[in-house]
Design a protein around this ligand. Structure first.
Ligand code: GLN
Length: 193
């Protein structure tokens, strides 16, 4: 497996916990704050936090176009919670889906659930939801990897993975490992060209 360089958008929110998980999985991890930080990355994580603050930070750091270019080059992106909202079609439009903000909040602010997730094995994944969104609409090209109460909460389209919960807050690294595997497959394809 090639050494993977994964960037974590470090504007606001839970970026440090993602860095620890990725580092444990063997990635070379860098914090992304300015466009130059995106150069030479294989993958990018957009963490949870507050989506309006993260979106404003992306705009003021002139990161929107470079992140879109990273994605258009086929490099991977993993958006979690607020990061999923930032990836949706009302924000950076990296994935053909619309997230509904604080969707579970109407029922419950924060909760944990055991989810079945396609692509990470049979064992359920413990998922921490904090003022979480769900996926309100998605295009036909989007694969739903997991649902909770009939709402999609983990989705994938091409090189973009997104989930409504916080996989960096548990000891189960399987979703990050899936993201790393997506990234290394893409790397292999690239070097074979
Ligand atoms: N509710 C937050 C938002 O809408 C997301 C919460 C989170 O990332 N834990 O931005």
């Amino acid at each position: 497996m090639p050494d993977l360089r994964i960037g974590v958008l470090a504007i606001q929110g839970g970026f440090e916990a993602h860095e620890r998980v990725l580092w444990k999985l063997g990635a070379e991890v860098t914090e992304v704050k300015v466009p130059a930080d995106l150069e030479d990355l294989d993958g990018l994580v957009i963490p949870g936090g507050e989506s309006t603050t993260i979106s404003k930070g992306i705009e003021s750091a002139d990161l929107a176009e470079p992140i879109r270019a990273h994605c258009e080059a086929g490099k991977t992106v993993f958006g979690t919670c607020a990061g999923m909202i930032v990836c949706d079609d009302a924000h950076l439009a990296l994935i053909d889906a619309t997230a509904s903000r604080n969707a579970f909040g109407r029922q419950l602010n924060s909760f944990e659930a055991d989810l079945e997730v396609t692509g990470i094995g049979e064992e359920p994944l413990r998922a921490v939801f904090i003022r979480a969104p769900w996926v309100e609409r998605h295009g036909a090209g989007v694969e739903v990897l997991s649902t909770y109460e009939d709402h999609p909460v983990a989705i994938r389209e091409g090189s973009v993975l997104a989930c409504a919960f916080h996989p960096e807050l548990t000891e189960d690294p399987r979703l990050h490992a899936l993201f790393m595997a997506m990234t290394s497959v893409r790397e292999r394809e690239e070097t074979a060209r």
